[in-house]
Design a protein around this ligand. Structure first.
Ligand code: TRP
Length: 361
């Protein structure tokens, strides 16, 4: 891609960002910002596709997300940083793209099918827990059908159409995403192709820019995610960081310091050692830690203490930046306003072309 290439990516404003967000997306966004014309946005409408029932924390989460992005190095002078719902042209394009998107493309979207199942499971177990905690114990059994129906909305099924609009409205050539987003990006390309073949060439086909980092495991060894409650956040205090690092999942077969361990994931130890995963990201000499562990010369507690020491500086640096940005109560608002203005200018021009191409004007 040339220097003038347009790059677009978004992320749902989940609030405090964790290391999975950082290594999976943010870090890549920061480095692309120096090379291309980048548009990065908070996908607050996408947040609603599954979170429409509880929007009480949305504004707070947007602010937390932006502050973490800034502290991680996103520079609003080097990219256009904005909130999706501040640029309603995304919605207009989504409506029009919806006209040319066959339902079967959406129903066969593997991400939708998987998420539907996963979210239903999470919601069901939350409902069960709340039932247990309630004073009157299990008043009504968690209603699997009700939960499933609440997730089967037009908006959630149409998630990739809105995502295609987000990307195509800036005529993006590159879209930095994780592996899990590839089916969505493929749909964006198909929708662009369909549109172009019906109304003439308006949209380039966006290509993925894949993040190199493998999926980061959370404290318990499963994929790190807020809904699993297993995150290491970017904004941990020294105390909370220590608690979390000391609780990281390690090879259960390594019972004592002198037992040879298997820090890497493998058939014998499927989730892999989370301490080792973090060494790989933060410790330039990560191989030595693995060699010593495998040789039975390094115990898990000592290994965690080494890791904690290595994490000290990057976490302290981040905290300082985060506090600096957080001290200005107006800054986030101003950055988002300015970003929306810039994004809107481009989005409005694309919409003029789209309306003309479709003979709406
Ligand atoms: N689906 C993306 C995610 O869950 C968020 C997103 C919305 C996005 N619109 C986008 C990503 C456009 C890239 C481009 O992370």
């Amino acid at each position: 891609m040339s220097r003038s290439a347009i790059v677009v990516s978004g992320s749902r404003p989940t609030g405090r960002q964790h290391l999975g967000n950082y290594w999976g997306a943010l870090r890549n966004w920061v480095s692309l910002m120096n090379e291309y014309q980048c548009y990065y946005f908070l996908a607050d409408w996408h947040m609603l596709t599954t979170g429409y029932e509880d929007t009480g924390k949305l504004q707070e989460n947007i602010r937390e997300t932006v502050l973490d992005w800034l502290a991680a190095g996103l520079d609003p002078k080097m990219c256009v940083l904005f909130k999706q719902s501040d640029v309603p042209e995304h919605a207009e394009l989504a409506v029009l793209l919806g006209m040319v998107t066959p339902l079967s493309w959406l129903e066969n979207n593997p991400t939708w099918k998987e998420q539907l199942q996963e979210l239903a499971k999470t919601k069901l177990s939350k409902a069960a827990q709340q039932g247990k905690k309630g004073a009157t114990a299990v008043k009504e059994a968690p209603d699997k059908e009700r939960i499933d129906a609440s997730l089967r909305t037009f908006g959630f099924l149409g998630y990739p159409v809105l995502q295609a609009a987000d990307i195509l409205i800036y005529k993006a050539q590159g879209v930095p995403v994780g592996q899990d987003q590839l089916p969505h990006l493929e749909l964006s390309r198909e929708i662009a192709r369909r549109f172009n073949s019906l109304y003439g060439d308006v949209f380039p086909e966006p290509q993925p820019i894949l993040t190199q980092t493998p999926k980061l495991p959370g404290i318990d060894g499963r994929k790190m995610s807020k809904s699993c409650g297993n995150t290491v956040d970017m904004y941990e205090t020294p105390e909370s960081l220590e608690n979390k690092v000391m609780a990281l999942y390690t090879d259960p077969k390594k019972l004592r310091a002198d037992t040879p361990g298997h820090p890497d994931p493998g058939p014998e130890n499927p989730p892999g050692c989370v301490v080792y995963a973090l060494h790989k990201l933060y410790n330039s000499d990560w191989e030595t830690a693995g060699v010593k562990c495998r040789a039975g010369q390094l115990g898990c507690v000592a290994d965690k203490k080494d890791l904690l020491e290595i994490l000290g500086k990057p976490f302290a640096d981040f905290r300082a930046e985060r506090q600096r940005y957080g001290a200005d109560p107006k800054m986030v608002e101003q950055i988002l306003e300015e970003g929306a203005r810039k994004a809107k200018a481009v989005a409005a021009e694309t919409m003029r072309q789209v309306r003309r191409a479709m003979r709406l004007t």
